[in-house]
Design a protein around this ligand. Structure first.
Ligand SMILES: [Fe+2]
Length: 246
């Protein structure tokens, strides 16, 4: 086994040598750079939904989930890739784009946010019951007045967001939990956000997220969503934002 690994390393090394040689003699420098960095930037792809479209029923209906995932989220990704391709930027990671989104076009801001936000949203929902970690629960109790207070404040942030947008539970620069909301497809990672921080949970309050089932009753949707929160993932994101091993 050890010999095989050594041989494998040699083969990899030879391939790398050939690649570098090819870069120097035949290709422009930018092409070499593209080979090394391409996977971190556009084109961005849609991750699989981690559950069936009907898995969150009756709280979120299957038709809403299917249209939301296959049409809305997919469109954000396609439009983001198109905008970045036209701008000649296919190397920058999404988080770096968010951090200096003010330097990008409106199309990149709207669709980059749309992609990041929905990717997070699918991950923090689940049909399986779970509980927040001890660390997260302690922080919610000490910093936000307890679970009921936190849920009430986050639901209020979603209910009072005029028009379309998101309500967020974030970890701010001081390492404290905070609740905020953003318009459209903005998020707290963006350099344009009023309250910046790392989102660990977010609620989509665009009408496309709830209208088929709840019509104009956004409050009912906000009440129902607490039944399908993936606290395991929210806790993992909290630990990651706090710099702990997760
Ligand atoms: Fe959405």
């Amino acid at each position: 086994m050890a010999l095989s690994l050594v041989n494998l390393d040699k083969i990899k090394h030879m391939k790398l040598q050939h690649l570098l040689l090819g870069c120097f003699i035949g290709l422009a420098f930018t092409a070499c750079e593209t080979v090394a960095q391409q996977p971190t930037g556009a084109p961005f792809e849609q991750s699989d939904l981690p559950y069936a479209f009907n898995a969150l029923e009756p709280h979120i209906d299957a038709q809403t989930m299917e249209i939301h995932y296959t049409r809305h989220h997919k469109a954000y990704i396609n439009n983001l890739n198109k905008a970045l391709r036209e701008a000649g930027d296919t190397l920058t990671p999404l988080l770096d784009i968010m951090a200096r989104v003010s330097t990008y076009s409106t199309a990149v801001r709207n669709n980059g946010g749309g992609h990041y936000n929905h990717d997070l949203f699918w991950s923090v929902l689940s049909p399986d019951a779970s509980e927040p970690s001890e660390e997260l629960l302690t922080a919610i109790n000490e910093q936000l007045g307890g679970m009921d207070e936190m849920k009430s404040a986050l639901s209020k942030a979603g209910a009072t967001r005029f028009g379309s947008g998101w309500a967020w539970l974030i970890v701010n620069a001081e390492g404290k939990l905070a609740i905020t909301s953003t318009p459209n497809q903005d998020n707290p990672l963006m350099d344009v956000a009023e309250d910046r921080g790392t989102p660990i949970f977010g609620i989509d309050v665009w009408e496309h997220a709830y209208y088929l089932k709840y019509q104009n009753k956004r409050g009912d949707y906000l009440d129902a969503i607490w039944n399908v929160v993936n606290w395991e993932e929210v806790s993992r994101r909290y630990a990651e934002a706090m710099g702990a091993d997760s």
